[in-house]
Ligand binder design. Structure first.
Ligand code: IMO
Ligand code: MG
Length: 423
């Protein structure tokens, strides 16, 4: 069985924890887009692990992790992650990690440009500053450097020469920045290539061959549907296709090979960075939920914006990803609330929107239409079966199911591995 997990809001839905649980029963876990802008947290016993590039499944002994061609790789950060795991007793070797030679490399000029562009924008995106956008832009402009180039000194040098000739001029003239030395970058990145060479292969061939042998693959989406470059709240999005459609181009696996799509959804809504957010809380509730849910970005540490569950938004995501089942994460965080609201529509200039609007000016100014439910006011982290959940918690879940028109299979009620209800 091949499963895809996608985020259905603005990222940080708890995909890391779900992947950690599901990957125990799958042979291979593959990432297909995004880069180290992602931050996936997994808690095992008293240990917390945060992954940015490595699939969260790397914690399971004997499981294979793949970084697909659609991912953008910052080799320095990847090596750091691998070394960090080694220092905590988890060994990563070429049998357990495969990196696509076609994956594009995040270069130092991408990181710097990311920051410089943001500083010049009037309407800032609030990127993670990891160079993701400029790296994908170079990929599409056909001047990107790929992982396979890092192990070929002649090609690496010639691509770098071409890139720096153009880029150094832009850095100097447009941004008054000194630019980059060819020799320094060449030496540094060639050395990363040597370190990562054992892992580099054709991951599309690898994945398809493994599937031919009935091995199961779990595809780990990063970010979320509303950060998708096509379907998200553009331009406040990331630069890749984070919807399930991105899986095919980002891994070289055909759509008919995917058996199930699971959408990860937070029991409320959060977003980091700028952009519209109709159900955002007023400040006191925001502080309360942020503290209870530890809503701080795992990549940049920025406080996340928090709000009520938006069923209009998530329903759109269910459609775009053709979701089979839902995983509701962080339900425990709502446990202190007297009343809980769900957004079931938007009102703008006298018109009611039940479908997610195309015009983000509407989204920006829309008044959410809420349904209000009673809270359950209980600590539910010890509950392990659905029937033992307080009746109001079940009512909340079942109302979401009927609004979203899809069933909930997993309910997370805490950060620990065991704190999950499987229906
Ligand atoms: P995970 O995988 C939440 C957001 C940034 C910014 C926008 C563009 O942990 O869910 P970028 O650096 O990608 O160019 O920034 O996207 N963003 C995320 N927000 N979770 C993420 O990943 C994110 N990755 C990018 O905050 O608004
Ligand atoms: Mg994150």
């Amino acid at each position: 069985m091949n499963i895809a997990v996608v985020g259905s809001q603005w990222g940080d839905e708890g995909k890391g924890k779900l992947i950690d649980i599901l990957s125990a029963d799958t042979d291979i876990t593959a990432r297909y887009q995004g880069g180290n802008n992602a931050g996936h947290t997994v808690v095992v016993g008293d240990e917390e692990y945060v992954f940015h590039l490595l699939p969260s499944a790397i914690l399971h002994k004997g499981k294979v992790c793949v970084i697909g061609n659609g991912v953008v790789v910052d080799p320095k950060e990847l090596i750091k992650e691998i070394d960090n795991l080694a220092s905590r007793g988890i060994k990563v070797n070429a049998a357990r990690l495969k990196i696509s030679g076609h994956a594009h490399v995040v270069m130092p000029y991408h990181r710097i440009l990311d920051g410089l562009r943001e500083s010049k924008r009037k309407n800032k995106i609030g990127t993670t500053g990891r160079g993701i956008g400029p790296c994908y832009a170079d990929k599409v402009s056909r001047c990107g450097i790929r992982m396979i180039d890092l192990v070929n000194p002649r090609i690496l040098r010639s691509k770098l020469e071409d890139n720096l000739r153009e880029k150094n001029e832009i850095f100097k003239e447009v941004f008054k920045n000194p630019g980059f030395s060819l020799e320094n970058i060449y030496k540094e990145y060639f050395s990363y290539g040597r370190k990562l060479a054992p892992y580099i292969c054709d991951t599309a061939l690898y994945l398809n061959r493994m599937m031919d042998r009935s091995k199961s693959v779990l595809f780990e989406g990063a970010q979320g549907t509303f950060l998708d470059i096509d379907f998200g709240t553009y331009p406040f999005v990331t630069s890749s296709n984070s919807i399930v459609g991105g899986l095919c181009t980002g891994s070289g696996v055909g759509p008919t090979r995917i058996d199930r799509v699971i959408a990860c959804v937070k029991a409320y809504t959060t977003r980091v960075g700028e952009g519209p957010f109709p159900t955002e809380f007023s400040s006191n509730l925001k502080d309360e939920i942020r503290a209870k849910g530890n809503e701080f970005g795992s990549t940049t540490g920025r406080p996340r914006r928090c709000g009520w569950f938006d069923s209009v938004l998530v329903r759109y995501s269910i459609i775009i990803n053709n979701v089979h089942e839902l995983a509701i994460m962080k339900l425990d965080v709502l446990g202190d609330l007297e009343k809980i609201k769900i957004c079931v529509g938007y009102r703008h200039k006298g018109k009611v929107y039940k479908d997610f609007p195309m015009d983000f000016d509407v989204l920006d100014k829309a008044q959410p239409i809420y349904e209000e439910m009673d809270g359950w006011k209980k600590d539910i982290s010890g509950v392990r079966s659905y029937s033992k959940l307080p009746v109001n918690a079940r009512r909340y879940i079942e109302r979401l199911e009927s609004l979203l028109k899809v069933g909930v299979k997993y309910i997370s009620i805490g950060t620990k591995r065991a704190e999950i209800i499987i229906r």
